[in-house]
Ligand binder design. Structure first.
Ligand SMILES: CC(C)(COP(=O)(O)OP(=O)(O)OC[C@H]1O[C@@H](n2cnc3c(N)ncnc32)[C@H](O)[C@@H]1OP(=O)(O)O)[C@@H](O)C(=O)NCCC(=O)NCCS
Length: 152
């Protein structure tokens, strides 16, 4: 789940200001890159998912973390929300000028891998990450190519 979910939200205005600042590189820890947070909200105004788009890759993010993190509310999983959220976040990535997006995910996280593959992810590498005690897979999405290979 994106770490910005842990930001206090009792003062909504302050939360929005903090997130906007983060997207401009303000108020972020040393070594962090500017990042944008997006909420997936239904027509009924329910927040069902959140994504975090990192505007650049550091060596650490290249190893594990990638360009985008996302999560869906547990009670709303299995309804296609993550697939939609990633699709919309990839559009945001294209809008800030990224040409390729790196996505990483634990090898056991089959649902997330499926979401990535459905959005045009191509497996690049995998590595056992000791701190996580799991194998992490890395996928690239080429934003110049349509996710479905051009087929309708
Ligand atoms: C991973 C996560 C984002 C998926 O969210 P979601 O809204 O349930 O995902 P979607 O409904 O869009 O798609 C899930 C896909 O995985 C498939 N899937 C789910 N569980 C599966 C399983 N155990 N085995 C195989 N496929 C599975 C679904 O069938 C679906 O594919 P389909 O559309 O082809 O049928 C959600 O489980 C989550 O928030 N997990 C915790 C945070 C996390 O892991 N984030 C990703 C970090 S890399």
């Amino acid at each position: 789940m994106p770490f910005t979910l842990s930001y206090p939200c009792d003062d909504f205005g302050a939360l929005i200001e903090r997130l906007e600042n983060n997207s401009r590189g303000i108020g972020i820890p040393e070594g962090f890159v500017p990042h944008s947070t997006f909420w997936l909200v239904t027509d009924e105004q329910e927040v069902v998912g959140v994504s975090n788009l990192r505007h650049a890759l550091t060596p650490g993010l290249q190893r594990e973390g990638g360009s985008i993190g996302y999560g869906v509310r547990p009670s709303r999983r299995g309804r296609g929300y993550a697939s939609l959220l990633l699709k919309l976040t990839l559009e945001k990535a294209g809008a800030i000028g990224l040409r390729r997006v790196l996505l990483t995910c634990g090898k056991e996280n089959v649902a997330s891998a499926r979401v990535i593959l459905k959005n045009g992810g191509v497996l690049d590498s995998e590595e056992f990450i000791e701190e996580r005690n799991e194998i992490v897979q890395r996928f690239w999405v080429d934003l110049a190519k349509p996710a479905n290979g051009g087929c309708q």
